[in-house]
Design a protein around this ligand. Structure first.
Ligand SMILES: [Zn+2]
Length: 67
């Protein structure tokens, strides 16, 4: 795998990384991209934030509310 990612590829790795562990070369390439790309860094942080928020409030399994 090449080490220079486009923003599109980086974005894909970021979202893939939420669901499963990336391989070492993937993580390395992503990290290199994040080091030089502010836009993807922001996306990355946002995804991680959303991910954490989502895991804090798991599932739609709440009583009652059927809207
Ligand atoms: Zn980028």
């Amino acid at each position: 795998m090449k080490l220079k990612l486009t923003c599109k590829e980086a974005g894909r790795l970021i979202s893939e990384g939420l669901d499963r562990k990336l391989s070492l070369p993937q993580r390395t390439a992503l990290r290199l991209h994040l080091a030089i790309c502010d836009a993807c860094t922001r996306i990355h942080l946002q995804f991680r934030f959303l991910r954490r928020a989502a895991s804090r409030y798991p599932g739609p399994e709440r009583e009652g509310g059927e809207s």
